[in-house]
Design a protein around this ligand. Structure first.
Ligand SMILES: CCCCCCCCC/C=C/C(=O)SCCNC(=O)CCNC(=O)[C@H](O)C(C)(C)COP(=O)(O)OP(=O)(O)OC[C@H]1O[C@@H](n2cnc3c(N)ncnc32)[C@H](O)[C@@H]1OP(=O)(O)O
Ligand SMILES: NC(=O)C1=CN([C@@H]2O[C@H](COP(=O)(O)OP(=O)(O)OC[C@H]3O[C@@H](n4cnc5c(N)ncnc54)[C@H](OP(=O)(O)O)[C@@H]3O)[C@@H](O)[C@H]2O)C=CC1
Length: 293
């Protein structure tokens, strides 16, 4: 089977629910049977791919985001296909709302087996121009919000003597992504946190990993200028954007028994972008443009 390719379209970004309902997968249809998975950012471009894949593998998906309408539209489409999904609106930056979210899920299902943190984002701006409010908005969303979700999930697993599994979606922090330094700082924090608690929480039978996507075409790209977006597919040696499905299957690998001996790891899904290529979300400064080539 050839690698999948994103259909070339100019009118929209990412994959539709109809496409996600049918997308081929290498995973067995019962790989996540009866697992209850909490998925933040579940109605986003990458989140929806994770939601569909995981539900098609037998899990019940609890999708989380701030916009109830987007969540309900997704879960209606999923349940119409016979899949198990429910929606819970919450702002991950609100620690009390996160606590209520997990209380509700445990009361409803009596268990949670996995947490995928896909909620996140940033705006492109040269770091020298960040306002205090802008900096805090990105750190609060991507570092603090992710941490509230991780810690709350872990406390329930500890208190219920249940094993657990966390996958945090981050960005590539090591090379090649510029104009979003606030997000690189926040995601580096999440990667460090994950490595640290992977050890602290191993005695609780909780695994903690990250997935670092490269350029993955989703509607999240709409916050970037058209010229920046046009360059993203050329930011890696494969010279194309990845699909949300590539990220979803990486998450399935880590969240299912296939990842049973993997913890504290960051799995990079970027077409080799961390080795070759660069992404300037704010446009490449003239200083770096070699006029002789
Ligand atoms: C090798 C690897 C290859 C890798 C190649 C990868 C390429 C792609 C890179 C990554 C892609 C993705 O992640 S795409 C998917 C992610 N999705 C997104 O990023 C979209 C979501 N973004 C957001 O929602 C926002 O940016 C975020 C700040 C995070 C949260 O929003 P909030 O609603 O809390 O915040 P807002 O109220 O909008 O804004 C709060 C303040 O933030 C500042 N602010 C917000 N937007 C701003 C803007 N455009 N320019 C300046 N400042 C801004 C202002 O100070 C705002 O205050 P006021 O002045 O008072 O308003
Ligand atoms: N697409 C790409 O190229 C890349 C993406 N990533 C990262 O992957 C993750 C998913 O990206 P993608 O799906 O493309 O982005 P989207 O913007 O499509 O989805 C992000 C989702 O996060 C939710 N969200 C944002 N803030 C909050 C909050 N405070 N509380 C709860 N939910 C929130 C949003 O839902 P709502 O608005 O309803 O709250 C939205 O559905 C993000 O962390 C992103 O930065 C990393 C590298 C590359």
């Amino acid at each position: 089977m050839a690698d999948d390719h994103m259909p070339q379209r100019s009118d929209r970004l990412g994959l539709t629910d109809d496409e996600l309902a049918l997308h081929r997968t290498v995973f067995a249809s019962d790989a996540l049977k009866d697992m209850v998975i909490v998925l933040s950012g579940g109605a986003g471009g990458i989140g929806r791919a994770i939601a569909w894949l995981f539900a098609r593998l037998g899990a019940h998906l609890v999708v989380v985001g701030r916009n109830q309408g987007k969540l309900s539209a997704l879960t209606s489409n999923m349940t119409a296909k016979g899949l198990q999904a429910s929606a819970c609106a919450a702002d991950i930056r609100d620690a009390d709302a996160v606590a209520r979210l997990f209380d509700t899920v445990w009361q409803t299902h009596g268990r949670v087996d996995g947490l995928i943190n896909s909620a996140g984002g940033q705006f492109p701006q040269p770091a020298i121009d960040f306002s205090v409010k802008g900096w805090n908005a990105v750190i609060d969303t991507n570092l603090n919000g992710t941490w509230y979700m991780m810690q709350t999930a872990a406390r329930h697993w500890r208190d219920n003597k249940q094993p657990g599994n966390i996958v945090n979606i981050v960005v590539v922090t090591t090379h090649g992504l510029y104009g979003i330094a606030h997000s690189i700082a926040a995601r580096s924090g999440v990667i460090g946190l994950s490595r640290s608690v992977a050890v602290e929480w191993a005695p609780l039978n909780i695994r903690v990993n990250c997935v670092a996507p490269g350029a993955i075409e989703t509607e999240g790209w709409n916050v970037y200028a058209p010229e920046a977006r046009a360059a993203y597919p050329r930011s890696n040696p494969m010279m194309r954007a990845g699909s949300p499905w590539n990220v979803a299957e990486a998450c399935a690998y880590l969240a299912s028994p296939s990842g049973a001996f993997v913890t504290g790891e960051t799995l990079t899904v970027d077409g080799g972008g961390q080795l070759w290529g660069e992404t300037w979300t704010t446009g490449k400064p003239a200083y770096f443009i070699d006029k002789d080539t």
